[in-house]
Design a protein around this ligand. Sequence first.
Ligand code: ATP
Length: 423
Amino acid sequence: MADEKKDTKEVVEKPVKEKKFHKENFFQRKQREHQEKELGKKRLSEAKALDARTPKICPPGIYVSLQNINKIYDNGFHAVHDFSIDIKQHEFIVFVGPSGCGKSTTLRMIAGLEDISSGNLFIDGEYMNDVAPKDRNIAMVFQSYALYPHMTVYDNMAFPLKIMHLTKEEINSRVMNAAKILQIEPLLDRKPKALSGGQRQRVALGRAIVRHAKVLLMDEPLSNLDAKLRVQMRSEIVDLHNKLNATTIYVTHDQTEAMTMATRIVILKDGYIQQIGSPIDIFAHPVNQFVAGFIGSPAMNFFEATYKDGIVTLITGEKIKIPSELTAGKTIPENIIWGLRPEDIHEGDGYHASLYPDAIFEITVTLAELLGNEYYIHAKFGDIGMIAKFPAENKVTVGEKVKVCFNPKKSHIFDPKTGVAIF
Ligand code: ATP
């Protein structure tokens, strides 16, 4: 009994001690913040010095050019690092990445709502860094629709045009044209409170497009809508972009939006661009493990493994022969991460299994999510958790052992030290 009490006391005391040890006191916090601020100042002056040495030239044929754009906030936080992209007219560019990766900051720098710490921004060949937001000829749609509650739909859309001092006739023609494109003509006399979420978002889009701006910027415009409406508005926005022949830059954390809407995707992490490419290119050839895991739903499966002479050996002991066309000319380390997308795991008795009889293994189903036309099968492969996508025809039950074929031709290999994709 006495021993038991002693044990309990020890268990209770330990975490308290650890907590005390890690806790930052007021002075330590102030010191850290000061150091971060000083570091930020130093980085800023280095970046500005580099800027001064860089010629300000927009490449020919490029509509929006971001050249080594950095954002260092006043508290020293470096939110965006050397962001560079050349965007052609009529492209639909999507910035995507997890929360806090710097998407909105970059968009706000393009809009002029945030100062550019260093780097050059050009729109339609003009150097824009020092141009006021209202003179940049851009239109922006935000996540919150920010409609004026006391104004009708018509007046909400007409408002930015009144500020531009356009004639009554011109304002009317632009508003009516936008209302027609967005199919909100019957709503023009209503106030925002009498509209659904989707209708409000359409009005917000209308207010942006009446300005005939050179560039449309959108910051998570669909995240307040329910799932069904999001899908509908997704295609409406792409349609609108095509009708207007606009150049659009769209921010989202949703990889499905990025995949379905973009002509090119920019994937960000911690303020750094990870990859720029067409949706299909990024999906098929992710440059690193982060991109491979972020794009695609459900996410790519990753397995710890070793590689030797064209054979991947998983930590569970199974061996997979990798087609030589994938490995040719590649330097592959011994320790690797082997990646395979859920859609590249097939049933163990179908077409793929006949092509790759050496790649048939058994998995144990831990959860079977039926989505109508397909199953997401969560399973254990040895001790490793994984997900496969199967057609819904064959019923799958929890606990069942299922033969699967890992399509070796769709293998991805990553360096576990750097996360860089070897292929
Ligand atoms: P989310 O999807 O959550 O909106 P995001 O990718 O758009 O994220 P940003 O809003 O661009 O992220 O912010 C990038 C980073 O900059 C974040 O770590 C954020 O905390 C930081 N940040 C944003 N505004 C400021 C500010 N005014 N001062 C200091 N840091 C800031």
